[in-house]
Design a protein around this ligand. Structure first.
Ligand code: SAM
Length: 331
């Protein structure tokens, strides 16, 4: 079975998501072509694209390839039945699954508790954050800064048990409400625990946990940033505190991870008028965690060897806070 994934706005992130998900489900494949628009693979065993598209956040469409045809033959084929591979060839086939945009919007807009002030992880990104974190044995997803529960909602929908903690009691109540709403709306069991905790230390309830956990989170950003950051004393202090909290929470929460289990975190950087403020957390080493590269370094991407990709930037041009996703694994 040959499939082409049409990639979202962050192609490398979408490809990393596919690799991680396939590895976690033991699905083997060979890559035929990878570039900014498509990820073309040959699978050893057939899979259901309609199920796959519901799990993935970074794939817009899945196209089933029946045949490779020449540029000349492709001229007679309607646009919906072909995908351009390179200057000389096209894939002939059909779209077999499409991303359900309405479902993303439903979760973002209709969930009962929305906390605008702290920013919300869009559903697409939340799905990606789950898929980057999971391994073959993962049973539980933990978000130590759970907020409204965007990441936990996607994890629950994928069948994982979810644990969320947050320092703010109102947010904890809201997140519980959201998870209850999802379980009712989608007819799934609400296997969740949400409670108050400061992410700088590991909650008592989690210390002796035996489950196979993956941590996936967007940490606290200090405040809501609407204008380019001015480098004044106040802002420098806020950003230094964000940095400290991220470092201490990576150290504390990763204590629950066993060998090969992952912690996926969005480390923010902040745009000023002329440059970007990066956090120390971005460069740090954390004891028995190592940053991993999910995409093979020898992948040919845009006709060149890709090399080492250790983080993925996810941001809109106008955004002040840039989210950079790092994947750590316990060793
Ligand atoms: C950026 S939001 C997380 C967004 C969340 N992923 C979502 O999609 O809704 C950060 C959250 O961190 C919480 N927070 C702030 N300081 C914290 C701390 N020290 N420990 C745990 N949570 C904290 C805030 O209450 C807020 O809900």
């Amino acid at each position: 079975m040959q499939l082409i994934f049409k990639l979202g706005k962050n192609p490398l992130l979408s490809i990393a998501e596919i690799y991680s998900l396939m590895q976690s489900k033991d699905i083997e494949f060979n890559t035929i072509k990878a570039n900014n628009n498509i990820f073309f693979i040959k699978l050893k065993k057939p899979i259901y694209p309609d199920i796959l598209i519901k799990i993935l956040g970074g794939v817009i469409e899945i196209f089933r390839v029946d045949e490779i045809i020449s540029y000349t033959d492709a001229k007679r084929v309607k646009p919906q039945f072909k995908v351009n591979i390179d200057d000389l060839t096209f894939a002939y086939g059909m779209i077999v699954a499409k991303q359900d945009i309405k479902d993303f919007e439903k979760k973002e807009i209709e969930k009962p508790y929305v906390e605008g002030k702290n920013g919300m992880v869009p559903s697409k990104l939340a799905k990606i954050m789950v898929n980057l974190a999971i391994g073959k044995n993962t049973t539980t997803i933990y978000d130590p800064y759970c907020g409204t529960g965007s990441i936990l909602i996607e994890a629950l929908l994928q069948g994982y048990k979810v644990i969320g903690t947050d320092i703010n009691p109102d947010v904890v109540t809201g997140c519980k409400e959201n998870l209850k709403w999802v379980s009712k709306e989608y007819g799934i069991e609400n296997r969740s625990e949400v409670f108050i905790n400061n992410a700088s230390s590991l909650a008592e309830q989690l210390v002796r946990m035996k489950e196979n956990i993956a941590i996936s989170t967007e940490p606290f950003l200090g405040k809501s940033w609407t204008k380019p950051v001015q480098k004044n004393v106040r802002n420098k202090k806020i950003i230094a505190n964000v940095d400290k909290l991220i470092i201490s929470s990576i150290r504390s929460t990763s204590k629950i991870l066993k060998k090969n289990e992952r912690l996926v975190i969005m480390i923010p950087s902040f745009k000023t008028k002329h440059d970007i403020i990066y956090l120390k957390a971005r460069e740090m080493e954390f004891g028995n965690l190592r940053k991993i590269t999910i995409i093979p370094e020898d992948l040919i991407f845009n006709d060149k060897k890709l090399g080492k990709v250790e983080s993925f930037l996810y941001y809109r041009e106008k955004a002040i806070v840039r989210r950079e996703i790092f994947i750590f694994e316990k060793f």
